[in-house]
Design a binder for this molecule. Structure first.
Ligand SMILES: [Zn+2]
Length: 224
């Protein structure tokens, strides 16, 4: 079978999680979100996990080189034999190079980098409209999924609040960080003919359909 070795890129609010979930079930690929991998390694108390834990316990950032090794260990595991879906890694060109090198050593290579493109204004509209109830965290959206009684949860009547993460100024800052970080990566993969763009302003079903069709084509091309 042809491998699908994939990277998923997109701004906050682009629906990456939703698309990842569907791709995982379409193609049976393991999904590796960097934060989750680190947590899993720590929990399993693997050698790398213990190393990572030492940094986390001190409140330090886990160094780049260690993150790379944790990711490579996953990619090289039996469950990722037919491919994988990476999210949150690589974040930098050196990390991208480390990944390419590690794959080459395994006699494999990256199939594609999938970019879910959404304009900043659309991201702000999506995220800044989110509200959660104070009591149980039920979620609403002022435009897409408003509560029956403005400002209160339909299920328990508790007040709805906006999370700090979803405030417009916070979202703008997160977007700036995302663009600063991701632009070089996008150019890097574009130059290598590995970038595939998807219009994330479409519905989740449409985006999913486009990604699926693209991956099916990539697979056919590989098999020829
Ligand atoms: Zn509620």
């Amino acid at each position: 079978m042809t491998e699908l070795n994939l990277i998923l890129l997109g701004p906050p609010g682009a629906g990456k999680g939703t698309q990842a979930e569907r791709l995982v079930s379409d193609f049976g690929l393991p999904y590796y979100a960097t934060g989750d991998i680190l947590r899993a390694a720590v929990k399993e108390e693997s050698e790398l996990g213990q190393e990572a834990r030492a940094y986390m316990d001190r409140g330090d950032l886990v160094p780049d080189d260690l993150i790379c090794r944790v990711v490579v260990e996953r990619v090289d595991s039996p469950e990722a034999r037919d491919g994988f879906l990476l999210d949150g890694f690589p974040r930098t060109i050196p990390q991208a190079d480390t990944l390419a090198e590690a794959l080459e050593n395994l006699d494999r290579r990256l199939t594609a980098t999938l970019l879910i493109d959404v304009s900043d204004e659309e991201v702000i509209r999506r995220l800044s409209g989110r509200r959660v109830c104070k009591e149980k965290g039920h979620t609403y959206h002022l435009i897409f999924d408003p509560p029956k009684n403005e400002g209160f949860c339909d299920q328990d009547g508790s007040p709805l609040v906006q999370r700090d993460d979803d405030r417009e100024e916070t979202v703008r800052h997160r977007l700036k960080v995302f663009h600063d970080q991701t632009k070089p990566l996008i150019e890097h993969y574009e130059k290598r003919g590995l970038l595939r763009r998807f219009d994330g302003s479409r519905s989740p079903d449409e985006v999913h359909g486009h990604i699926r069709a693209t991956l099916a084509t990539l697979r056919l091309e590989e098999e020829l």
